[in-house]
Design a protein around this ligand. Structure first.
Ligand code: GDP
Ligand code: GDP
Length: 453
């Protein structure tokens, strides 16, 4: 169970709940039905990811944390994308483009029994152009007879075709050895503990991301950090603000409009995820002059799911009139109550209004995100809280809170030990009071519960 996992130190298995780590990203690419998902399951060993009790947050399982011979990496199942873009013309080449823009290594899967199809060729065209290391996988080689078909794939000029059976496991160890060998030491992801803090500017199209980036970068020495010396996305920029250097991640995705085609929304959301992966704090831009949309809320949900620190920036404040201002206050109360803890800044990227308030807000959020509460202080707080507001009785029985500790930071994660039971509402109450008393402004906090019978 979730809480047990916390205690035994396996909580890193939860995608996105861990602090940003600079892990390489391995994408599994191939046309439908070649066995991508089967292979991903094989690699993960059908390990269940930890599911957190966070209402309103849906996890779609596309990024997984995986490990082989002591090397950790993110495993991206592009097969999961197919389900998400169903109902529209699924563009296999786009899938490959997005995959290579996110990945440090691509596993290209072919069905050895079928051989190379025209769809495979389409994919290959994209993959060859990119400079990402490719590992060729000949799947569905369930027994020795299939080896011959697999060997025919040497013709592709992509090096050794690794014959595997994703279904039965045959050859998968050798394949993973090859993948690990092709992996860089570090991924393009966030370096957690050193270097400038990493910021992702997020928001729906036209909300003003690139205008804001340009404003922030104005008269700055902007260092374009061309990752791994290639020309492929994403690109980070270092910008000095408030006397400090900051890294803005995936600015290529902000400045350039890629993948305008059908399905662009979905790919934009993948891009958001990837940017979050690499960031420590997200600045979500909302359009103050227009109603808060479901797309805005989805982006905020993605930040919550990622466990990153959050700042809400209401842009285009120059367009606001009195009436819209009132409506906005109402919308904030109604739609953003679950992130009432996030600092809000009202800005205009165009006029520069209040742009200087952004950095202090980001700093506040990061401070909360990094904060650690000493166990003694935490238990003193809980002791007082529980004494003043006891857990409601259930069937005449009383739950007892025994002990609590902060298991980790970035974001702060607490474990509460209780006897008997701990009701959801009471857990929320503790969360609210923890927030208030310790001022976790701008950071999600996570509370796990360990029940002792
Ligand atoms: P995806 O669409 O690429 O993710 O493919 P799936 O993983 O869903 O697999 C498609 C089909 O191929 C399923 O019926 C799998 O059971 C089957 N399959 C996957 N890997 C193997 C394999 O190594 N051998 C055999 N015989 N079948 C496989
Ligand atoms: P992005 O798609 O999120 O990068 O948005 P852009 O930065 O390209 O901005 C979209 C449009 O909104 C452009 O026409 C901008 O000039 C305009 N815009 C951006 N910020 C502001 C603002 O603060 N006020 C006003 N009035 N317009 C803005």
């Amino acid at each position: 169970d979730e809480d047990l996992a916390l205690l035994t130190g396996h909580e890193d298995e939860a995608p996105y709940s861990a602090a940003p780590r600079n892990l390489p990203v391995v994408a599994v690419v191939g046309r439908p039905n070649v066995g991508k998902s089967t292979l991903v399951n094989r690699i993960l060993g059908r390990r269940e990811a930890v599911v957190e009790d966070r209402p309103g947050v849906t996890r779609d399982r596309v990024f997984y944390e995986a490990e082989w011979t002591g090397k950790d990496f993110w495993l991206v199942d592009t097969g999961g994308w197919e389900d998400r873009v169903q109902g529209m013309a699924y563009r296999v080449a786009e899938q490959a483009e997005v995959a290579v823009s996110l990945a440090d290594v691509v596993m290209f899967i072919v069905d050895a029994n079928v051989g190379i199809t025209t769809t495979d060729e389409q994919l290959l065209k994209v993959l060859r152009k990119a400079k990402v290391p490719l590992v060729l996988v000949a799947n569905k080689v369930d027994d020795q007879r299939g080896e011959l078909e697999a060997a025919a794939l040497w013709n592709l000029g992509l090096g050794e075709p690794h014959a595997v059976s994703a279904l039965h496991g045959r050859g998968s160890g050798d394949l993973l050895d090859a993948v690990v060998a092709a992996m860089p030491e570090e991924g393009r992801g966030a370096a957690a503990d050193h270097g400038p803090r990493r910021v992702a500017l997020l928001g729906r199209p036209n909300v003003g991301k690139s205008s804001l980036l340009n404003r922030l970068a104005k008269e700055q020495r902007v260092v374009v950090d061309d990752i791994a010396g290639t020309t492929r996305d994403p690109v980070d920029e270092k910008i000095t603000l408030g006397g400090k250097e900051w890294t803005f991640v995936d600015t290529a995705g902000i400045r350039r409009r890629i993948l305008q085609a059908q399905g662009a929304d979905y790919y934009a959301s993948l891009r958001t995820r990837a940017a979050l992966d690499r960031a420590e704090v997200a600045v979500v831009l909302l359009e103050a002059s227009e109603p808060i949309s479901t797309q805005d809320l989805k982006i905020i949900d993605m930040v919550l799911e990622s466990g990153r620190a959050l700042v809400l920036a209401f842009n285009k404040w120059d367009l606001l009139d009195e009436e819209r201002h009132k409506a906005l206050e109402h919308e904030i109360e109604r739609d953003l109550a679950h992130v009432a803890w996030a600092p809000r800044v009202n800005i205009s990227a165009q006029t520069g209004r209040h742009a200087e308030k952004l950095v202090p807000a980001i700093e506040t959020s990061l401070e909360s995100w990094d904060r650690r509460i000493a166990t003694g202080r935490l238990n003193a707080f809980l002791g007082q809280l529980v004494a003043a507001h006891p857990h409601p009785l259930r069937g005449g029985k009383q739950s007892r809170i025994l002990f609590a500790t902060q298991a980790r930071t970035r974001p702060p994660r607490f474990v509460i030990f209780a006897s008997g039971f701990l009701e959801h509402g009471y857990r929320r109450f503790i969360e609210r009071r923890l927030r208030e008393d310790f001022a976790f402004t701008g950071s999600p906090i996570v509370i796990g519960v360990r029940i002792r019978e």
